[in-house]
Design a protein around this ligand. Structure first.
Ligand SMILES: C[S@@+](CC[C@H](N)C(=O)[O-])C[C@H]1O[C@@H](n2cnc3c(N)ncnc32)[C@H](O)[C@@H]1O
Length: 226
């Protein structure tokens, strides 16, 4: 977004912006963080071409930083709501001189407003908020209608990857995938860090935290059907 233009903040209204230092700092990272309307990102179309990878709920960007360095030919976008985490992520991108990542201040549920069918090569959801109580489960990101959206946005040779420390959420998503008309299961581990998939894994911030506590990481990868 040109620096003369102020972002619309269509997606989020922050409480007490004067008390949040990251609101101002976020403005200074216009190069890395998009906060405007998805309809108005036309000038970035060139950036979006190619192998597009999403990290939904990307936190402060360690996964994106390391994945972008491992796959410099791909383009990465991280969706995140929190100002502080977006700013911490942007600082890392600047520090490491990473040019193939952008951060989007937007709700992961709204990805269909940002992309066209068959535009995404990979979607990662790493340690999403588990909403553990029964009455909260309706807030979970990965549900059947969301899987349908993912199926439509992913390229036919694309994939969806999910990691969590939360066994019950994992079992729910695994059940959805196994019964799904939108995805077929490609890889599965109940202990990613003691599995054949570990060499290809890129740790996230939360993953390191759970590993340090000796907790297993649950992992699956799925291919879109049809
Ligand atoms: C538990 S943290 C995991 C962060 C990171 N993926 C990791 O593994 O280290 C979940 C993140 O998702 C973000 N988040 C929660 N709901 C979201 C939503 N609807 N859209 C985008 N991000 C969301 C939170 O702000 C938080 O940073």
């Amino acid at each position: 977004m040109p620096s003369s233009q102020s972002p619309k903040r269509r997606h989020l209204v922050v409480k007490n912006p004067d008390q949040n230092p990251y609101v101002t700092e976020l403005e200074q990272f216009n190069k890395y963080i998009w906060t405007d309307d998805p309809q108005e990102i036309g000038e970035y179309t060139a950036f979006l071409e190619g192998s597009l990878v999403l990290d939904l709920g990307c936190g402060s960007g360690n996964f994106l930083r390391d994945a972008a360095r491992a796959f410099p030919e791909r383009h990465f976008l991280g969706f995140e709501l929190r100002y502080k985490r977006l700013v911490l992520g942007a600082r890392k991108l600047k520090k490491w001189g990473i040019e193939n990542v952008r951060l989007v201040q937007a709700r992961a549920e709204e990805i269909d407003e940002w992309f066209s069918p068959n535009q995404l090569y990979q979607v990662h959801i790493n340690f999403p908020d588990p909403w553990p109580k029964k009455r909260q489960r309706k807030h979970r990101l990965i549900q059947e209608p969301f899987l349908e959206k993912l199926n439509q946005l992913l390229t036919k040779d694309g994939n969806f990857q999910f990691k969590t420390d939360h066994k019950e959420y994992f079992e729910e998503v695994l059940g959805l995938i196994k019964d799904s008309k939108w995805f077929s299961l490609a890889e599965l581990s109940w202990d990613l860090h003691n599995s054949e998939f570990k060499p290809n894994n890129i740790d996230t911030e939360f993953e390191k935290l759970f590993l340090s506590k000796g907790l297993p990481v649950y992992y699956l990868k799925a291919f879109p059907k049809g």
